[in-house]
Design a protein around this ligand. Structure first.
Ligand code: AMP
Length: 220
């Protein structure tokens, strides 16, 4: 069972990816998380990607392809994959289809999390995440037990550099221009399902679980 979580910045893809991992044991491939961990380690890849991230632009498709292929190859768990933040362009989607096919795998479900831009922007501006495990908290909706500290890692929470208003605007422009066309791409393939992304994380997750379970039943 391989799932893509699609949706604008702030739609909660990272949160639902982690919830799916906890419920089904699927492995999460979160490209934003991978790039941020490279930035934190100070690698060459991290330095390159930081230049794109801090201005709200997408990292080049060819470089993303290498990162994703390496990640897929490293996964031994065959229960399933959850793609969070990948693909983000038609080229990336085509690459992913071809790469998975070469491994006799395929995408079973593309879950498009629908959230109005105004709501997504409000969510992003209240967001704090753990630099170690990547868990995302929110000042209003997902509070840590101790203010500013990750419940799991005990690390100080940080706000992402690309969550400043000007950069958020650019990220949305990139989303509309490059990522939204994926809806048509996956609708044509017959695997896109829309989910109402308004509600508590538990409410939205329930809707996603409904989709995953029905696809799993079909596959049996
Ligand atoms: P995210 O955490 O998924 O919102 O990603 C944060 C930033 O990482 C994006 O704004 C891009 O600069 C970069 N990034 C993450 N995933 C991709 C991708 N699939 N393609 C290109 N750039 C990406």
């Amino acid at each position: 069972m391989n799932i893509i979580l699609l949706g604008p910045p702030g739609s909660g893809k990272g949160t639902y990816a982690r919830m799916l991992n906890a419920k089904y044991g699927f492995t999460v491939i979160g490209t934003g998380v991978i790039l941020r961990s490279e930035i934190e380690k100070g690698t060459k890849l991290g330095k390159e990607s930081e230049e794109f991230m801090k201005i709200g632009k997408l990292f080049p498709d060819e470089l993303m392809a290498k990162i994703v292929a390496k990640k897929i190859d490293s996964i031994r768990n065959r229960k399933g994959l959850i793609f969070d933040g990948y693909p983000r362009t038609i080229k990336q989607a085509e690459f992913l289809d071809e790469y998975l096919e070469s491994k006799e795998m395929k995408i079973d479900l593309v879950c498009d999390v629908l959230v109005p831009e105004k709501v997504a922007v409000e969510r992003i501006s209240g967001r704090w995440s753990c630099p170690k495990c990547g868990f995302i908290y929110h000042v209003k909706y997902i509070k840590p037990k101790t203010l500013g500290i990750c419940d799991k890692c005990n690390k100080g929470l940080t706000q992402r550099a690309d969550e400043k208003p000007g950069i958020v605007k650019k990220r949305f422009q990139e989303y509309h221009r490059l990522t939204e066309p994926l809806k048509e791409y996956y609708t044509t393939l017959g695997i896109l399902k829309e989910v109402d992304g308004i509600g508590t994380p538990e409410e939205v997750f329930k809707r996603i679980v409904g989709l995953v379970d029905s696809i799993q039943k079909e596959k049996q």
